[in-house]
Design a protein around this ligand. Sequence first.
Ligand SMILES: [Zn+2]
Ligand SMILES: [Zn+2]
Length: 151
Amino acid sequence: MKTRAAVLYEMEAGRPYSASRPLAIEDVTLDGPATDEALVEIAAAGLCHSDLSVINGSRPRVMPMVLGHEASGIVRELGPGVQGLQVGDHVVCSYVPMCGVCAMCRSGTPSLCEPGGRANASGTLLTGARRFRNAEGRPLNHHLGVSGFSR
Ligand SMILES: [Zn+2]
Ligand SMILES: [Zn+2]
């Protein structure tokens, strides 16, 4: 599907950001959900300090990257393996993906999820996949394992 995203192509833009405008608001392609994924229509998304840390380069990430991971929205489509969610559910996105089965997740500290941390570092979803592409077909990395779309 087609949607729009805030894409960061280069870290450490000059300040003020109102002049350098480090984020490109672009039309992008978002693939549908795989087996264990949900497609969420984003109602609202914040741009938080961890996004800013990528923009200013203090927390480097792989470029290019779609920013804005603290979101709420409505489930519009589910992969065949998803349990516990239904189309139409209202959801919020966690700031870290969690697998639900690693030692950290099972001990009640999903914010330290090990596969989630690896996905964050590599700019992918938990499955290792990337679902966004820009107009030139270039894959775009995910910030904190989150993707969604807006109308
Ligand atoms: Zn955040
Ligand atoms: Zn986990």
